[in-house]
Design a protein. Structure first.
Lengths: 301, 411
């Protein structure tokens, strides 16, 4: 029983990490249809922003409030990735809408540039982000250890999903956003500034990747290739869930996270990877458009 | 009108820059043949492996500059040509060919991963060129055109396991990244542990880019080993140890012995997490020799106080000096004569780790083996060292249990 609860917790935890990294992608790829190969590098930017804030705190603040750096790091990571996303959209992506292959290649190039930039600024060796004391270790209940930072990440994901939901479906800006994505010409006729909406939407997606970077920094290494490790799962989760639907991404991430933990428990990690890929392939054979499909009137899809 | 003029100016400027860079190039190379000898450095400066290979490349540059300041080799200054392997074995192969063929270097110092070494090996053998390979590896290889200055398995893995057995560890768990070094290492360790009548409690491999170790950690918890033999490489180490720590595990309940964690990796993972864990190398920054004090001082002086020296960096530093010694013995830079001199034996260097000597037969070095424990400040302190350098035995032919188990290359 303890074993099962432990596995279940691991599955929820991995799902939440996949969800956090794919949430931004659900916005930029799901809504805007931009295949952003540099999404992983926004995760990296968030992770390095966390490192920078940690060092800033240890340089200027007394020891007693240093652990609070992490609460400052989350908005800082969001802001850094948001700003970079906005710039990227303005200078590159906006010129490549409707040219899928071109934007794929351009963003891949940008991902390489950002990786090398990280190496030039922070050095080739990975940097060390230390979890604040209140997130170190875990609570021991009935033979299972629930680590604090995993519980924290699960909560953080909950907050992010809720925030995205509120922005997309309950706010005025969300209405404009969905209008532009569904029928750009009509939205423009209604007086919506579609350029501004594109830019902010892309930046929000990038900012979410920054928050993801902030949390994965607690679990693993922070170096120039950190984003690459998460990007494949993130794309799979969005595609599996059905492009353009928030709930789809949530379910897609849960399927990928749980499947890989349960498969790895009974096999090895490489077999587990193969099993997850197999599940995705079989599933997309049956439902090529993913779990959820947006019904619309356009004939070109 | 305006635009076309601008274009014209740009073209002229570009042309001028291009031409000047060309003339600059040819000038330096015509000088090269007279007063200098050219060597090649072939490491990954970009890509995933750049993290590790930078320190090795820096140590080689340091050795070259020291030798030049002391008068060079056979009266000639060393000039290095640097190429980027970009963490891609096929790139390593083409760049190796370029260094040998068009730059006409006398020797090459390079590679880190076994896959990059295996990719360049046929190139060096075909051209009859010489490569110095500075990293500990899985053994089972002995090319006439490669000198291996890192440890062979019997100079790192085998003595470490012997030490653990002696200390009373009985249940071993093998954890590694999924590629040739960990798989070969674990094959050797399994044979050794079983021959001692002890138990392998489990064997797990993580892919190189794995970030979540929760499932592997629960398997370790279920197996309850006395010690985890860790051959993870790269970022996997950081994720594994951080996620062990979040489960409240430390060296007190799960001791590890690692073969790929040196001083630089300790800094990345965090000394507070790694404190008390064991590693095995031939050299640590704390190794107590006069030569090492000078080496550490020079390395920090050139590349920054916060940099640390490590076993691979030291082995790379030795490689340059050993090449110098071999050239001086041969009284020539020609590869054939240098190899002849190495075959004759007796090429040695008083290295930071102590005296090292090239074995003329199998091209590996005799090295002292040291077990170390990570301390709270992130340095590694020696707790055991072999009384004298261990002779290299890349195929483990002198170990009965290895011969009995039929340990052989995985290919």
């Amino acid at each position: 029983m303890a074993q099962f609860i432990n596995t279940l917790f691991n599955a929820v935890s991995l799902s939440s990490i996949v969800l956090l990294t794919s949430l931004g992608l659900a916005v930029t790829f799901g809504l805007m249809r931009v295949i952003n190969m540099a999404h992983g590098e926004f995760v990296m930017v968030g992770a390095y922003a966390t490192y920078a804030v940690q060092n800033l705190f240890s340089a200027i603040f007394p020891k007693s409030i240093q652990p609070l750096y992490y609460f400052a790091a989350i908005p800082a990571a969001f802001a850094a990735a948001f700003a970079l996303g906005s710039l990227l959209e303005f200078f590159v992506i906006s010129r490549l809408y409707k040219r899928v292959i071109d934007s794929l290649l351009a963003t891949w190039g940008i991902s390489l540039i950002l990786q090398q930039a990280a190496r030039s600024i922070f050095g080739t060796q990975g940097v060390n982000v230390t979890a604040p004391p209140f997130l170190q270790g875990g609570i021991f209940i009935n033979g299972c250890t629930f680590s604090y930072n995993r519980i924290f990440i699960i909560a953080l994901v909950g907050i992010c999903v809720l925030a995205v939901y509120l922005i997309m479906y309950k706010s005025g800006f969300g209405k404009q956003m969905r209008a532009v994505m569904q029928n750009r010409a009509m939205a423009q006729c209604m007086g919506i500034n579609s350029r501004m909406v594109d830019n902010v939407t892309f930046a929000i997606g990038s900012g979410l990747a920054g928050i993801a970077g902030c949390s994965v920094a607690l679990l693993g290494s922070v170096d120039s290739t950190v984003g690459q490790n998460y990007i494949v799962n993130a794309f799979m989760a969005v595609v599996l869930g059905g492009v353009g639907k928030l709930l789809g991404t949530v379910l897609g991430s849960s399927i990928i996270g749980s499947a890989s933990i349960f498969a790895e428990n009974y096999t090895s990690s490489s077999i587990a990877k193969a099993i997850v890929l197999l599940i995705v392939i079989v599933f997309l054979q049956k439902r090529p458009q993913g779990l959820f499909v947006i019904k619309n009137r356009s004939l070109d899809e | 009108m305006k635009k076309s003029r601008l274009k014209f100016i740009l073209a002229v400027v570009a042309g001028a820059v291009f031409a000047s860079s060309f003339s600059g190039c040819s000038k330096s190379s015509s000088q090269a043949s007279e007063q200098t000898v050219k060597v090649g450095l072939l490491h990954s400066l970009t890509g995933a492996m750049a993290i590790s290979e930078k320190s090795v490349r820096d140590a080689e540059v340091l050795a070259i500059e020291e030798i030049n300041a002391a008068g060079g080799v056979l009266g000639k200054k060393i000039e290095y040509v640097e190429e980027d392997g970009a963490s891609e074995p096929s790139t390593f192969a083409t760049k190796a060919e370029k260094l040998i063929n068009s730059d006409k270097v006398s020797t090459v110092f390079g590679c880190w991963t076994s896959s990059s070494r295996k990719a360049v090996k046929p190139v060096f053998e075909e051209y009859g060129a010489l490569l110095w390979y500075p990293v500990q590896y899985e053994g089972m290889e002995s090319s006439p055109n490669i000198i291996y200055t890192g440890a062979a398995p019997n100079q790192q893995i085998v003595p470490a396991i012997e030490y653990l057995i002696e200390k009373g560890y009985k249940k071993f768990f093998l954890l590694g990244s999924d590629y040739v070094f960990p798989r070969t290492a674990n094959m050797i360790i399994s044979a050794q542990v079983k021959a001692a009548g002890l138990e392998i409690a489990g064997e797990e491999y993580a892919s190189m880019d794995q970030t979540d170790f929760a499932a592997i950690i629960s398997k370790i918890e279920a197996a309850k080993p006395d010690v985890i033999i860790n051959t993870l490489n790269g970022t996997g180490n950081v994720s594994f140890f951080k996620q062990m720590a979040e489960k409240n595990h430390s060296s007190e309940d799960y001791m590890t012995m690692s073969f790929s964690i040196a001083e630089e990796e300790v800094a990345t993972i965090g000394a507070n997490i790694l404190k008390g864990h064991m590693v095995c190398w031939n050299y640590y920054q704390t190794t107590d020799t006069e030569k090492n004090k000078a080496f550490v001082k020079a390395y920090k002086g050139k590349f920054g106080e916060n940099r640390v020296t490590s076993d691979p960096a030291e082995a790379a530093y030795d490689a340059v000096y050993l090449w110098k010694a071999a050239c001086e013995k041969a009284n020539s830079f020609e590869v054939e004569k240098v190899l002849e001199a190495i075959k004759g034996g007796g090429i040695s260097f008083d290295a930071p780790e102590g005296k090292v000597e090239i074995n003329g037969e199998n091209h590996h070095l005799a090295k002292t083996v040291r077990i170390g424990v990570v301390d709270a400040s992130g340095l590694i302190n020696e707790v055991y060292a072999t009384p004298k350098p261990v002779e290299p035995d890349p195929y483990l032919k002198t170990y009965d249990w290895a011969v009995a188990a039929g340990v052989q290359p995985l290919e």
